[in-house]
Design a protein. Structure first.
Length: 167
């Protein structure tokens, strides 16, 4: 990032900073390792890039809870309470599944998945933008090898055709 705080409506990740493969399309799996494991320096940088206590706190919690490490911790907490839920009967077990496992454990896993997909989408967007710039540069009529070259050749052909005798 540039070090300037992110304002509302601005993307959280600059396209130039998104990791891109050397060739080929961007794949979601290329971003799993980067997103799924907690990286304290990335979390600190993300917290510094936003303004205000509430925004900083929200980024800290979101970046912390949205890791597989947190999912494993939540899973361990859920498993600790499972024997009590089983011994208490079916209604308690159903409640444990819905409230403890689904809400607590899957929350972190879903957040990781969304972060991975967002990083891949940002990388695809940055690659598409760079590709579009290359195409637009090549189509620029004043750029060597672009439309100017094609127009010059068409003009030369028209000139040759105009000089040919009829018939």
């Amino acid at each position: 990032m540039t070090g300037e705080p992110v304002k509302a409506g601005q993307p959280a990740v600059e396209p130039a900073k998104v990791r891109q493969p050397a060739r080929g399309p961007v794949k979601v799996l290329q971003h799993v390792a980067q997103i799924a494991s907690p990286n304290l320096s990335d979390i600190r940088a993300a917290v510094k890039d936003v303004e205000g206590f509430n925004a900083k706190f929200a980024v800290l919690i979101t970046r912390g809870v949205g890791t597989m490490a947190c999912a494993y911790i939540f899973g361990l907490i859920a498993i600790i309470s499972l024997p009590h839920a089983i011994s208490a009967g079916t209604p308690t077990l159903i409640s444990w599944i819905a409230q403890t496992f689904l809400q607590l454990v899957l929350l972190s896993i879903i957040m990781v998945g969304q972060s991975v997909q967002a990083a891949a989408s940002d990388a695809r967007s940055a690659k598409e933008f760079a590709d579009t710039e290359v195409v637009m540069d090549r189509l620029d009529e004043h750029t060597a090898g672009g439309i100017r070259t094609i127009l010059d050749r068409l003009d030369a052909l028209e000139h040759k055709l105009a000089q040919r005798p009829a018939g």
